[in-house]
Design a protein around this ligand. Structure first.
Ligand code: FEO
Length: 162
C-alpha cells in the first residue's frame, strides 16, 4: 500500500505528464500550421511518449493500491514565434520535469518507499534522454539558423522519427 503523501504526489505527476503530452500536441499543431511537417511529426511522437509516461505513473499507482484522481489538464498555448522558440521551451520544460522527478525521488527516500524509488529510476534515466534530445535539436536549429527556409533539411530529418 502506498502512503497518502506519495499517492498525492504521483497523481500530480500523472497530470503533469498528460500536460506534457498536451503541450507537445499543441506544438505539433503549430508546426503543421506553418508547414513544417517533419517537426510536426516529431512532436506528435513526443506527445505519444508523454502519454505513455502518464500511463506508467497511473498503472503504478493502481498496482500499489493507490487511488487515481484525474484532474483538469491545463491548456497549453497555441502559438510560438519560431522553431527555435519552441525548442527553447521544450528544453526548459524537460528541465522542469527533471526537477519534478528528483523531488519525487527525494520523497520516496524520505518515506523509505523502496518500490516507488525503484520505479522512479526509469524516469531518472528517461529525463537524461529527454534533456539531451531537446537541447541537441535546439543547438541544431541555432547552427542552421532559425528561419523556416533554412530548416528544410532538419525538418526532413526530424520527420523520420518513429
Ligand atoms: Fe515525461 Fe518529457 O518527460
Amino acid at each position: 500500500m502506498i502512503s497518502k503523501t506519495m499517492e498525492e504526489a504521483l497523481n500530480k505527476q500523472v497530470n503533469r505528464e498528460y500536460y506534457s503530452a498536451y503541450l507537445y500536441l499543441a506544438m505539433s499543431v503549430y508546426f503543421e500550421s506553418v508547414n513544417m511537417k517533419g517537426f510536426a511529426s516529431w512532436m506528435r511522437v513526443q506527445a505519444k511518449e508523454e502519454h505513455a509516461h502518464g500511463d506508467k505513473f497511473l498503472d503504478y499507482l493502481m498496482a500499489r493500491g493507490g487511488k487515481v484522481t484525474l484532474g483538469d489538464i491545463e491548456a497549453p498555448k497555441a502559438k510560438w514565434a519560431s522553431a527555435g522558440k519552441v525548442f527553447e521551451e521544450v528544453y526548459a520544460h524537460e528541465q522542469k520535469v527533471t526537477g519534478m522527478i528528483n523531488t519525487l525521488v527525494d520523497l520516496a527516500i524520505k518515506e523509505k518507499d523502496h518500490a516507488t524509488f525503484e520505479m522512479l529510476q526509469w524516469f531518472v534515466k528517461e529525463q537524461v534522454e529527454e534533456e539531451k534530445n531537446s537541447s541537441e535539436i535546439l543547438e541544431q536549429i541555432k547552427i542552421v539558423g532559425d528561419v523556416p527556409g533554412h530548416l528544410f533539411y532538419l525538418d526532413h530529418h526530424l520527420g523520420k522519427r518513429e
